[in-house]
Write a protein that binds this ligand. Structure first.
Ligand SMILES: [Zn+2]
Length: 232
């Protein structure tokens, strides 16, 4: 692992002091052996290690360092080697917290589908009403075209009533098939949401909590999980 130290370095603290170079020193830790070294990478004002006698010695080339070594960059700024590792920001939070950016999509897809399906449901209800009205009117118009003298009033009335019932029934069934398909899609959408809108760690379903609120809270609402959330 390498940590570049300087104003443009990736050390876990900010360096702004004037005598510090943009690229000042390089810290290296061998992952296998744990041996840590430090070397100056051409800074203007030098890199120093505090010696046992209390004075700072400018380093030349690569030197071995330990956690408790005190380092000075340039004229003023000092820090301990362990400061480089203790709160090495990015890496630590990266390990604890879970990226939930996928859930933003899940939430948006679910809601878009849900609104779309609701709109289709209400238009199907309108369609059902219209189909029933139109078919009833149609049956009555057909009955009216039958010449007056071909049957008595009673038969005409029966044909009219039965015809209307059949027409309404047909309209209901045809529209109902469309509606059944819609109900299935709604069900599918709900299942997708329940399966995917969950904590990646414990699987807790977030219910109808808005995605941005969950992200703002920054942790799993499940009290026994409490895993941290971020968006990358
Ligand atoms: Zn959780």
């Amino acid at each position: 692992m390498d940590i570049l130290i300087g104003k443009e370095g990736n050390q876990p603290f900010l360096l702004t002091e004037a005598s510090i170079s943009r690229k000042h020193a390089l810290f290296h830790m061998d992952e296998r052996t744990g041996i840590m070294t430090l070397r100056d990478v051409g800074s203007v004002n030098g890199t120093y290690v505090k010696a046992n006698d209390g004075t700072f010695k400018r380093i030349n080339g690569e030197v071995k360092v330990g956690f408790s070594n005190i380092i000075r960059l340039g004229a003023v700024h000092t820090f301990k080697i362990k400061d480089l590792l203790s709160h090495s920001g990015g890496d630590d939070t990266g390990k604890d917290s879970v990226d939930i950016s996928k859930l933003r999509n899940v939430y948006e897809i679910y809601n878009t589908n849900r609104m779309d399906l609701e709109a289709q449901t209400s238009s199907i209800m309108m369609l059902r009403l219209a189909a029933m009205t139109v078919s009833t009117v149609l049956v009555n118009v057909i009955v009216l075209t039958i010449p007056d003298n071909s049957m008595d009033k009673m038969t005409r009335g029966i044909i009219q009533a039965v015809g209307s019932i059949i027409a309404i029934g047909l309209a209901w069934v045809i529209v109902g098939m469309k509606n059944k398909n819609l109900i299935e899609r709604k069900d599918q959408n709900e299942r997708y949401f329940k399966k995917n809108y969950c904590c990646p760690k414990c699987g807790y379903h977030f219910g109808n909590h808005i995605y941005s609120n969950i992200l703002a809270e920054g942790h799993c609402p499940n009290k026994s999980c409490k895993c941290k959330f971020t968006e990358k």
